[in-house]
Design a protein around this ligand. Structure first.
Ligand code: PLP
Length: 392
């Protein structure tokens, strides 16, 4: 039974969280939190405090508060991804972390050269992996796993279709063939409950600026199953991954824990801005967040059901965004942005609508579909150029 939006919003246990974010202009409907999550009010405060910690306290702040920041963030993220905090750290970008972990895995899987991935995986991941082994890209990666496979690397939720793999099942099948598994949880962490520990996943990476609300270019995170840490080595032997960073010894010796996957000086400003988002997710509860995500998605699909020209992708298992196909997707997307609805466009013909349960209301979804309907019915999108430009 689909209720009216005011009833749905009134009964939403997460409704008050939206007030903990920097307000956006009235009438703007932001459905792109799967690309860049909104800014927590506390993040403004965190950044303001740098006037003292950097401005006045200067280098003393390293010891006072900065040096342990990746570890503090790891402790906050760990329960959100079902991981032992000893296996988690924050550093670099997702692409760089994928490179570090995939390289380390290929080194211990000597004798096997094959890396299995999926055709629609995020291109950056495929670019990185193709440099590290014989990349086998398949529409059915699970069937492609064999005794030749060193590493399986997939995105849990597809950035394009929103389809979600079965974390436990794929990991189990890979392990049956003695292959290691490296998951990209960029479109899952903070919205879909996952349990890296119980799935036995070997490795994972994810970015912090989507559902974790960490800010543009926020450092990514990485995970290594704790029992594996001592066997794996980062291909980047930087001083922050060294066991005794500040002794400046002539020989590199990897740190004993997950810190061995750090490379250089952590970007403290951007790391600090991640903390408020993680705290909010912990407070809201990942199960509660996922429950609302599914309701928002279901409500959206129900509302767009009557629109003839578009075709929503409806995979059986999914994350928290819905991709909708339209032959003039770029133009429709531009028309939506002009109408103060922000989704995004993904080549060749998809418009992605992301639902961030901490900030998106049912009324937002309703109004967004109303404006979409108008743009399609009145063919408003024809007024927008077909040529693409800028960040999409
Ligand atoms: C699945 C996936 N992986 C990785 C990234 C981003 O990687 P990076 O942090 O290197 O920019 C994205 C960005 O949208 C993504 O969708």
């Amino acid at each position: 039974v689909i209720l009216d939006t005011s009833t749905l919003d009134r009964h939403d246990p997460l409704r008050s969280f939206a007030d903990q974010f920097v307000p956006i202009e009235p009438g703007l409907i932001y459905l792109d939190g799967n690309s860049l999550g909104r800014m927590p009010l506390d993040a403004v405060e965190v950044l303001r405090r740098f006037e003292t910690s950097w401005g006045s306290n200067l280098i003393r702040s390293w010891n006072d508060e900065w040096i342990g920041l990746p570890t503090r963030l790891a402790a906050l993220l760990a329960p959100i991804i079902g991981a032992d905090p000893a296996g988690v750290t924050f550093c670099d970008s997702t692409s760089v972390n994928l490179f570090k972990l995939a390289s380390a895995a290929m080194e211990v899987q000597a004798g096997r050269l094959e890396i299995v991935s999926e055709s629609s995986n995020f291109r950056s991941n495929l670019y990185v992996l193709s440099r590290l082994g014989e990349l086998k890209v398949s529409d059915d990666p699970v069937a492609a796993i064999s005794e030749k496979t060193a590493l399986v690397s997939l995105s849990l939720v597809s950035f394009q279709s929103g389809e979600r793999f079965d974390l436990d099942e794929v990991t189990r099948i890979a392990h049956q063939h003695d292959a290691m598994v490296l998951w990209d949880l960029s479109h899952a962490a903070g919205v879909v409950p996952v349990n890296l520990a119980s799935s036995n996943a070997d490795l994972a990476v994810g970015c912090s600026y989507k559902y974790l609300n960490g800010g543009p270019g926020a450092p990514a995170w990485l995970y290594v199953r704790p029992e594996l840490i001592e066997r794996l080595r980062s291909p980047i032997q930087g001083w922050f991954g060294d066991r005794r960073s500040f002794e400046f010894l002539s020989e590199y010796e990897p740190a004993t824990g997950i810190d061995r996957f750090q490379a250089g000086t952590p970007p403290i400003l951007s790391l600090a801005a991640i903390e408020p988002g993680l705290k909010m997710i912990a407070e809201a509860g990942i199960e509660q967040i996922w429950e609302k995500a599914q309701k928002l998605r279901a409500y959206f699909l129900w509302r767009i059901g009557k629109l003839a020209e578009i075709e929503p992708l409806k995979p059986a298992a999914f994350g928290s965004h819905v991709s909708v196909r339209h032959p003039a997707a770029w133009q429709v997307c531009q028309a939506l942005i002009a109408a103060n609805v922000v989704p995004d466009f993904r080549t060749p013909d998809l418009i992605r609508f992301g639902f961030s349960p901490l900030t998106t209301s049912f009324a937002d979804v309703d109004e967004a579909v109303y404006r979409l309907e108008y743009i399609l019915n009145e063919r408003i999108w024809e007024q927008f150029p077909a040529a693409k430009s800028g960040v999409t």
